[in-house]
Ligand binder design. Structure first.
Ligand code: RB5
Length: 142
């Protein structure tokens, strides 16, 4: 199960991503927001982050205007590793190396075509499990 959330700056891109997830057969829960009306991204970052740490969802996708605020907010939740990605290399590397559990993107930064490729890469790439990466992730949690 995938948790997805956004603020007004990410709303349009979230709609595109939901369409992709549905067509690709992924199950997801949309934690809002539900329109382009101005709202506060920490609220949606926390909802998606909590869904992951509580075990309701395995991975999350968060989108705000830049992807910055919403990733900063999500990373305040213990156990969350939210990675702001602007290309597929970053999405692949953060799964392989950081075992990132949330993908953050900027709706005002990446177009829908690239964003969907980033989502696809993030979702299909498994953590490498390499000892050095396991060790470094453990150090983040200390
Ligand atoms: C909202 O205007 C904007 O500040 C927000 O979407 C995000 O980019 C914050 O980091």
């Amino acid at each position: 199960m995938i948790a997805i959330g956004c603020d007004h700056g990410g709303y349009e891109l979230k709609q595109e991503i939901k369409k992709y997830l549905t067509e690709a057969g992924y199950e997801f829960i949309d934690y809002g927001c539900d329109s382009m009306e101005s709202c506060d991204y920490p609220e949606y970052a926390k909802k998606v982050a909590n869904a992951i740490v509580e075990g309701k969802c395995e991975k999350g996708i968060l989108i705000c205007g830049t992807g910055i605020g919403i990733s900063i907010a999500a990373n305040k939740v213990k156990g969350i590793r939210a990675a702001l990605c602007t290309d597929c290399f970053m999405a692949e590397a953060t799964r392989l190396h950081n075992d990132a559990n949330i993908l953050a993107m900027g709706g005002r930064v990446v177009g829908p075509g690239l964003a969907i490729k980033i989502v696809e890469t993030f979702l299909i790439t498994a953590f490498s499990g390499d000892e050095r990466h396991v060790r470094r992730i453990a150090q983040i949690e200390d």
